[in-house]
Design a protein around this ligand. Structure first.
Ligand SMILES: Cc1cc2nc3c(=O)[nH]c(=O)nc-3n(C[C@H](O)[C@H](O)[C@H](O)COP(=O)(O)O)c2cc1C
Length: 125
């Protein structure tokens, strides 16, 4: 389906939304059943705040924002192993590796959701 055919109904249905959250990164859970729309295409038809998501890093998020393709970028999985993700981005502190999927939904014995440390508490012993 051409982009124009896909985007016109979206424009008509988006009035009144506080924001539009688009998983444009396709790094997680994409069904692979069709051509995905991009943030740029949504930007052309939706006038409200536009949020990108999925597989972003601090750098890729900054570049999307700088290009004006999104107003904000949301993060999911990086928050699991980096509970202080915002501070880490702010201070350019290193990120922990992505949490193992077995730790995504609930504690897995002593290792799990709650034992990932903030950067400062991990370095100040
Ligand atoms: C453990 C886990 C639980 C999630 N639960 C929800 C949910 O309840 N509702 C939802 O819309 N998205 C949920 N998501 C999807 C995230 O909000 C986000 O869209 C996805 O993780 C992609 O962003 P990321 O690449 O930054 O992780 C969940 C993701 C994870 C890893």
């Amino acid at each position: 389906m051409p982009i124009s055919s896909r985007s016109t109904p979206i424009a008509g249905r988006c009035f009144g939304l506080a924001y539009l959250h688009v998983m444009d990164g396709l790094a997680f859970g994409f069904h692979d059943l069709g051509e995905p729309m991009t943030l740029r295409e949504f930007r052309a038809v939706f006038r409200g705040p536009l949020m990108g998501n999925c597989g972003y890093t601090g750098d890729t998020a900054e570049s999307r924002l700088a290009a004006g393709e999104a107003d904000l970028i949301a993060f999911g999985r990086p928050f699991i192993s980096n509970p202080d993700l915002v501070e880490r981005f702010t201070h350019d502190w290193p990120l922990e590796p992505e949490a193992d999927q077995s730790d995504w939904y609930m504690p897995n014995g002593p290792a799990g959701y709650t034992d990932f440390s903030a950067y400062e508490s991990a370095t100040v012993a």
